[in-house]
Design a protein around this ligand. Structure first.
Ligand SMILES: [Zn+2]
Ligand SMILES: [Zn+2]
Length: 443
C-alpha cells in the first residue's frame, strides 16, 4: 500500500476526516508533485479559508506589541488544544512551539511572528484595531493565521508525516529580537531546517518571491551624545558649540559608505535623529544624534559599527567636544541568508503548487528581519507571499497606517507552509534509516 497511500490520504483531507493509518510511505516523483496542489485545494475550502480569516481578524482587532502578545498566544494555544497538537509554553515570554508528527527526526520548523506595531490604524473597516495606538500593520496577524491553517491541515494526516514539524510562534519581531530569545530558549533544538514567510503587496496574490543567499540586511541602531559647553549664541567664543561639532560628525559619517565601503557592497548609514537646543539665542550644552546602519555581510556590519564609533569620537574632539556612542544590541539583527539547498527545495515545491511563472526573484532589501537569527543558527529560508490584487484597491506596503492584508493570500501561505515541511521530511529522511531499511529489505 506504500506509494499511493499519502495521496489517498490527501484525498481524504477533502472530507476533513482524521485518519490514523500509519506505515512507511515511498512516493513517486509524480505523487510528490501532487502534494502542494492538494494542500492548496484543501486550504481554499471554505471551512479552512473562513476559519483562517476569522482568526486573522480576531488578532487584528486586538494587536499586541513585542513580548506582550498574551492574548494572541492564548488564542494560538486554544486552537492547538482544540486540534490536539502538543506544544511548549511559555518560550521567550509569549512564544509557543508546537509539534506535529512522530516526535522523531528529522525535525523541520515553520515560523510565524505575532507582534503588532505602535501606530494608529487609519483603515476604516469592521475589524479595525480596537486598541488605540497599536496596529497589525506588518501582516503578522495573517502570519499567525496561516501557520495555524497549516497546522490544521498537517494534523489531519499527522500519522503520515515522516518526522516532526515544529510550529514556531515567536514574539517581538519588530525590533525586540524575539527570534533570538526563542533560540536561546531552545526552540530549534534538533531542528535541521526552518521556513518563514512574509506577506508582500509588491507581488500579486498567487505568486511568491525570494532569492538564494543574502536577502535582507544586517542592521542596528546607534545613538551619540556630543557634549560641548553651552552659552550665549552671540558670544560663541565663550562656548564649545556641540551643534557645529555634531554637524561635522554627520558629514564625516556620510563618508563611511561613500568613501570607505566597496561600491559593490551595499551599505547604508542614516542619521535620522538630531536633537539640540531649543532657542534661537542659546548654544546648548549637548546634542544627541542617532540613526541606523545596514550592510549585507558580517564583516561589513562589524567594520561599519567600529568606524561609526571612531568617527563620532574623533570628529567631535576636533571641535573640542566629548562624545559617547551607544549601540542598541537588542535591536541588532544579522543578515538574513537563504540557504541554497532550501532555495532549490522551495523552487520545486512552489513551482508544483503555483507554476514556475509565478515564482519571482526579488532583489535584496536593506530592511532587516529577525528570522535572520534562526537562519544564522540552522539552514533557513525566508520568502515573500504575494497578496496584491489591483481589483481590490491599492495595498500599501508594511508599516503604513493604511496597510491592509488581502485575505485571499491566506490559503497560499498555509498550503506553502504545509507543503514545504511535508516534502522536506519526505525528501530528507536520515540516510542511516534508509540504509538499514534497504538492508532489512534484502535480508
Ligand atoms: Zn514590520
Ligand atoms: Zn513583518
Amino acid at each position: 500500500m506504500g506509494s499511493s497511500k499519502l495521496l489517498s490520504l490527501l484525498v481524504t483531507l477533502y472530507l476533513l476526516a482524521p485518519t490514523s493509518i500509519s506505515s512507511d510511505v515511498s512516493l513517486s516523483p509524480e505523487e510528490l508533485t501532487q502534494i502542494p496542489v492538494k494542500f492548496l485545494d484543501f486550504a481554499k475550502k471554505p471551512e479552512i479559508f473562513y476559519w483562517m480569516v476569522n482568526i486573522r481578524r480576531k488578532i487584528h482587532e486586538n494587536p499586541e506589541l513585542g513580548f506582550q502578545e498574551f492574548e494572541t498566544s492564548k488564542l494560538i494555544r486554544a486552537e492547538l488544544d482544540q486540534m490536539g497538537i502538543p506544544y511548549k509554553f511559555p518560550v521567550a515570554v509569549t512564544g509557543v512551539v508546537g509539534y506535529i508528527g512522530t516526535g522523531q527526526p528529522p525535525f523541520v520548523a515553520l515560523r510565524a511572528d505575532m507582534d503588532a506595531l505602535a501606530m494608529e490604524e487609519s483603515v476604516e473597516w469592521e475589524h479595525k484595531s480596537k486598541v488605540p495606538g497599536k496596529m497589525h500593520a506588518c501582516g503578522h496577524d495573517a502570519h499567525v493565521a496561516m501557520l495555524l491553517g497549516a497546522a490544521k491541515m498537517l494534523q489531519v494526516f499527522r500519522h503520515e508525516i515522516k518526522g516532526t514539524i515544529v510550529l514556531v510562534f515567536q514574539p517581538a519581531e519588530e525590533g525586540g529580537g524575539g527570534a533570538k530569545k526563542m533560540l536561546d530558549a531552545g526552540a530549534l533544538e534538533n531542528v535541521e531546517a526552518i521556513f518563514g514567510l512574509h506577506v508582500s503587496s509588491l507581488f500579486p496574490v498567487g505568486t511568491v518571491a525570494s532569492r538564494p543567499g543574502p536577502t535582507l540586511a544586517a542592521g542596528g541602531f546607534f545613538e551619540a551624545v556630543i557634549n560641548g559647553k553651552g552659552g550665549h549664541a552671540a558670544i560663541p567664543q565663550h562656548t564649545i558649540d556641540p551643534i557645529v561639532a555634531a554637524s561635522n560628525v554627520i558629514v564625516s559619517l556620510q563618508h563611511l559608505v561613500s568613501r570607505e565601503a566597496d561600491p559593490l557592497d551595499s551599505q547604508v548609514l542614516t542619521v535620522a535623529k538630531f536633537e539640540g537646543g531649543g532657542a534661537f539665542n542659546i548654544i546648548p550644552d549637548s546634542v544627541t544624534i542617532g540613526g541606523t546602519f545596514r550592510a549585507f555581510s558580517k564583516e561589513s556590519i562589524i567594520q561599519l559599527k567600529q568606524r561609526i564609533e571612531e568617527v563620532v569620537m574623533k570628529q567631535a574632539s576636533v571641535q573640542r567636544c566629548n562624545a559617547t556612542v551607544t549601540f542598541d544590541d537588542k535591536s541588532f539583527y544579522p543578515v538574513t541568508v537563504n540557504n541554497k539547498n532550501l532555495h532549490e527545495h522551495f523552487q520545486k515545491v512552489a513551482a508544483d503548487m503555483l507554476g514556475v511563472q509565478n515564482i519571482k526573484e526579488n532583489r535584496p532589501l536593506m530592511g532587516t528581519e529577525d528570522f535572520s537569527f534562526f537562519a544564522e543558527a540552522i539552514p533557513g529560508y525566508f520568502y515573500y507571499l504575494g497578496m496584491n490584487d489591483e481589483t481590490k484597491g491599492k495595498f500599501e506596503t508594511g508599516h503604513s497606517p493604511y496597510f491592509r492584508v488581502n485575505e485571499d493570500a491566506l490559503p497560499y501561505g498555509a498550503a506553502l507552509h504545509a507543503s514545504l515541511a511535508t516534502r522536506y521530511l519526505l525528501e530528507n529522511q536520515p540516510k542511516t534509516t534508509l540504509a538499514s531499511r534497504s538492508l532489512h529489505d534484502e535480508l
